[in-house]
Design a protein around this ligand. Sequence first.
Ligand code: HEC
Ligand code: HEC
Length: 145
Amino acid sequence: MPSKLVVFTLLGCLAIASAAVLRHPIHVVYGAQNPAAPLEAVPHNLKVLPKDISAPELNRLMQQYQRSLGVPCGYCHAEAEGGKIDFASDENPMKELARSMMVMTRDINEKYLTQIGDRRYADPITCGNCHLGTPHPPAFEGKAK
Ligand code: HEC
Ligand code: HEC
């Protein structure tokens, strides 16, 4: 059926397009590396991350949060009208909660795991170690021996 073919082709294009958007979400709104980008695109509301963080590093971290919790950017960031996200806004309370999680994760690595002298924990703990792809880390029961 030709109409079926059209639907399948459209779905395929949509899948490819959304995959591309997911892989490069920040570049649409955030262009510190691009001198042609408007000045407002440079991050100006960082309270935990270093203020001079590079665009690729910020991008990498945000995608890590997204994957670790299995949530979209808008889970922590305020969505303005028309579905556009205002990344600098602190209106979404989840963002402040995420900030305290960032400080906690940093403390676990820098204050506590560093006390293990032989560096068995060479890989730093990340959000994903606890979150396992969900905003609410599952309780661990373990198996009875
Ligand atoms: C788990 C929560 C969470 C998720 C999910 C998340 N972010 Fe963030 N994002 C934050 C927090 C918290 C900050 C502020 C960090 C700070 O204060 O140092 C931030 C800061 C930013 C900034 C800098 C804004 C400014 O001007 O200061 C950008 C841009 C950004 N995020 C983009 C994204 C994108 C794009 C995604 C989706 C791929 C995303 N974020 C997903 C929590 C999140
Ligand atoms: C040591 C384990 C641990 C680490 C590491 C950790 N979290 Fe969490 N996080 C939790 C627990 C436990 C909760 C509470 C979940 C619940 O309410 O069911 C939570 C809750 C959250 C929530 C609130 C979810 C909601 O819907 O209420 C956010 C957002 C979050 N964490 C972000 C992060 C980010 C971002 C990182 C990494 C920078 C991180 N967490 C690292 C254990 C952790």
